[in-house]
Design a protein around this ligand. Structure first.
Ligand SMILES: Cc1ncc(COP(=O)(O)O)c(C=O)c1O
Length: 346
């Protein structure tokens, strides 16, 4: 199993701090998600889900895509897509959502980690390119024209361009959803991030009819639970909430970037839902915050940390205080190390 954010129980045990005292900033999930409590009927628990419940129409209107398949979180599609192709050379971001590489490898493909700056150069040697737009955790973004050009070149040799748009909802103009009737262009969307409905496990695949039929056949009937379908439909139709949430996330994303920068942690990248900082002592910062009950996501392969958004005023305040403490602790540790080095040299 790969590492993921949101493992609060594990952190509670490791740092011996009760679960309810943690501030969990380890994911890029909107902490003020769409409120799902009121609309679940008894029938949606008891009856088998039916396709003709209006979810597809709501998704088509929201995504502006011609053909859509609801899935149990975009993770379900990340696992299934590699099973729908013969052995291929698959380029994945060298630093990205690592489930992509893992699942293509698991299905027997040749996976090539590619630095984002090298996508263009790598393209001629690939059958499939997986891009996250924006990329998690680095926040790199790709212009739709660039993506459509890559798709056309891959498609010319029966290749695929898979675009993971899990974090695109706050900047919908960056999405290529409306072009997904082009064969070999596959877009993955999630209700887990912007909508904050990660527990409902709802995602969508936007692609050509043939690919969606193959994928549906692989996933089998009732891929998405009845109550999740009800919640998803209502959230996708709630344009008032979507508009105010976009504005709030833009404001809060900027606020988080400024707060981190003012504590010596200038983000290397990010988007409205998270900020990412690459720094040599990332582990020390991560652990210092964890000892104060603040969970961040640490990436060991490229020493770096990702911060999700705090929700309430007291959470922002708590983060600010903890960042000051961590900075102090790290500065003391650094000057002690310098001192020890000086003494060793004398
Ligand atoms: C970039 C990216 N894509 C996809 C997923 C899977 O999300 P879900 O299965 O909840 O839709 C994640 C989860 O963290 C992610 O970060």
């Amino acid at each position: 199993m790969l590492e993921h954010g949101g493992r609060l129980q594990q952190a509670a045990q490791r740092y011996e701090i009760p679960r309810e005292r943690w501030l969990d900033l380890s994911t890029g999930i909107n902490p003020i998600g769409w409120q799902a409590t009121a609309c679940i009927s008894t029938a949606s628990w008891n009856r088998l889900p039916e396709d003709e419940d209006g979810l597809l129409e709501a998704a088509e209107a929201y995504y502006g895509a011609p053909k859509i398949l609801p899935v149990s979180g975009s993770q379900a599609a990340i696992q299934a897509l590699p099973r729908l192709r013969g052995r291929s050379r698959v380029g994945v971001p060298a630093l990205g959502y690592n489930e992509h590489a893992h699942r293509w490898k698991q299905a027997g493909h040749d996976v090539v980690p590619v630095a984002i700056a090298d996508f263009e150069a790598a393209l001629p040697g690939l059958d499939v390119l997986v891009v996250s737009n924006p990329n998690n955790p680095t926040g790199d973004r790709f212009a739709p024209d660039q993506l459509l050009d890559w798709h056309a070149r891959l498609h010319a040799r029966r290749g695929w361009l898979v675009i993971d748009e899990a974090f695109v909802d706050s900047t919908p103009e960056s999405s290529v959803a409306r072009f997904t009737d082009r064969e070999g262009l596959i877009v993955l969307r999630s209700l887990g991030k912007f909508f904050g409905l990660a527990g409902a496990r709802v995602g969508f695949v936007l692609s050509s009819q043939v690919l969606l039929q193959n994928l549906a056949e692989w996933l089998g009937p009732w891929a998405l639970a009845g109550p999740s379908r009800v919640v998803a439909k209502a959230a996708l139709q709630d344009q008032t909430w979507q508009k105010s949430t976009r504005q709030r996330l833009r404001r809060d994303g900027g606020r988080l970037a400024d707060l981190l920068a003012s504590h010596g942690l200038k983000p290397s990248g990010g988007c409205d839902l998270f900020q990412w900082i690459s720094l040599p002592n990332a582990l020390a910062v991560h652990e210092s915050l964890a000892r104060q009950g603040i969970l961040t996501r640490y990436f060991g392969a490229t020493p770096s940390i990702r911060f999700g958004l705090p929700a309430k005023a007291e959470d922002w305040q708590r983060l600010e205080t903890a960042l000051s403490v961590s900075r102090g602790v790290l500065e003391i540790a650094e000057s002690a190390r310098d001192e020890a080095r000086r003494e060793a040299r004398q």
